[in-house]
Design a protein around this ligand. Structure first.
Ligand code: PNW
Length: 457
């Protein structure tokens, strides 16, 4: 038995998202999402790439699920496209769109893979953007809840693990900007920070309303989680003073204070509200109760983190800049901090006051150069190096008794990497976009062996 042995019930999985893999954007009644519009706009996405075809998963899902089964995973996290299910964003349900997810779920179950469905991974209906500015308007949260009811009442007999919304900051604070046109869809330039904060307030409200909608619509008991990309503070060393500093810094980080704090504690962090002043969002009476729903788990997408140390200034902490040349994976933000997994899990438990809330790493992985060699293989030793370090940190969290229950690798296959188009690859399966051929990379075989041995090898 290896030192890095995981508990027998640890969930090994892989993750994807609808717009990044499905393609078939105009099929079976699907209408445009904001990412269709955004990617069709010149100079928004690298090389003018769009999700029109992507991995053609909409037609190839059976082969993809078969390949997943060969990997040995028992859990698959995917997302459902709102504009397939409710093409106009609100109103009529498109049963043909729902049917795709029924086929997918049946196929997963046939191969013994448990579906974990994310109800929103950034593909807002363009119709609602046109109608009232999507996340800028409070109505978006209510229309989202209605769409959630439509999904859960149709798929809830077979899907019992629901994730409401993926990475709220990435489609609000990155979709709306004051300084420039934002880099994620809808790419809107707004006139004040308050308007940006209003979009994320509407999104956390949507999460709360969705939790209520799921509980009301589910035909069988189910589990609900939010998926958040909390910015993880990591103490430079584990002295009591530096650990304390990392905990304090978590409270005041803008992104955490306005998203995971209200969701898990029922209040925006006061430090953040103070810093925002007049730029804070309008919060209506009762909003925080809706937002602060009891959850069955929290999903964390953890790729990197930030180092913090104790200081004797009045805040008691400072964030540390990384030296030039600090190792990172093939994305400007992807600094290698394996212990961010450990600290992410520990912060939920200790800093955010949820010692028993099950935590899932709902995404972890990296981009790499991924060249096909003369033998037609992709020997991505850099990705294996990255994954091995992060999984060892996950093991540490488990072995110290923190409730980390599972790990979903991002991603099962290369896909449409948002503003980077197909110019960045995060998969453990290579996609030859010209032929749609799937080629498992060396990391696929490596991960398969981890799963088989239930251990980091
Ligand atoms: C996540 N950052 O996005 C998303 O959930 C995925 O859809 C995406 O493909 C994956 O991570 C890789 O990027 C992120 O700036 C976007 O730190 C930006 C950041 C992190 C994650």
């Amino acid at each position: 038995m290896s030192f890095y042995q995981f508990p027998n019930d640890f969930c090994w999985g892989v993750a994807t998202a609808s717009y990044q893999i499905e393609g078939a954007t105009e099929e079976d009644g699907r209408q445009a999402s904001v990412w269709d519009t955004f990617s069709a706009t010149p100079r928004k996405v690298l090389n003018g790439d769009t999700g029109k075809v992507a991995c053609d998963h909409y037609h190839r899902y059976e082969d993809d699920v078969k390949l997943m089964a060969s990997l040995g995973i028992k859990h698959y996290r995917f997302s459902i496209a709102w504009p397939r299910v409710v093409p106009d964003g609100s109103g009529q349900v498109n049963e043909a769109g729902v049917d795709f997810y029924k086929r997918l779920v049946d196929c997963l179950l046939k191969y013994g893979i448990t579906p974990h469905a994310t109800l929103f991974h950034w593909d807002s209906p363009q119709a609602l953007e046109d109608k009232y500015g999507s996340w800028r308007h409070r109505q978006m949260a209510y229309d989202f809840a209605d769409y959630v009811t439509a999904v859960v009442s149709r798929l809830g007999d077979k899907v019992t693990n629901w994730m409401t919304i993926n990475e709220i900051s990435c489609f609000t604070h990155m979709g709306y900007d004051v300084e420039q046109e934002a880099i994620h869809a809808p790419g809107t330039r707004v006139s004040s920070k308050k308007e940006v904060w209003q979009t994320s307030h509407h999104a956390i409200l949507a999460h709360g309303l969705a939790c209520q909608a799921i509980r009301a619509a589910t035909p069988v008991p189910c589990k609900i989680a939010l998926v958040d990309n909390m910015s993880v503070t990591v103490p430079i060393s584990e002295s009591p003073a530096n650990i304390e500093a990392a905990k304090k810094a978590l409270h005041t980080s803008m992104q955490n204070g306005g998203i995971i704090f209200p969701v898990l504690t029922g209040a925006y962090s006061s430090a953040m509200l103070e810093e925002l002043g007049e730029m804070a969002p309008d919060i209506q009476p009762g909003d925080l109760e809706i937002i602060h729903q009891a959850l069955d788990a929290i999903g964390l997408n953890i790729y990197t983190g930030g180092y913090v140390r104790a200081t004797d200034n009045n805040r008691g902490y400072e964030f540390l800049a990384l030296p030039q040349g600090y190792p990172r994976m093939y994305m400007p933000w992807l600094n290698i901090l394996p212990e961010s997994i450990y600290w992410g899990v520990r912060h939920i438990s200790e800093t955010l006051g949820h010692p028993n809330l099950p935590v899932f790493i709902t995404e972890n992985g990296c981009a790499a150069q991924d060249e096909v060699n003369a033998a037609g293989e992709i020997i991505d030793l850099d990705r294996i190096m990255y994954l091995r370090q992060y999984l060892k940190a996950a093991h540490r969290a488990v072995s110290e008794g923190y409730p980390l229950k599972g790990y979903f690798l991002w991603s099962f296959m290369d896909n449409f990497e948002w503003a980077w188009g197909y110019g960045r690859r995060f998969g453990i399966t290579y996609i030859d976009y010209a032929t749609q051929q799937r080629i498992p990379k060396a990391s696929f075989e490596w991960y398969k062996e981890c799963i088989r041995q239930n251990s980091v090898v």
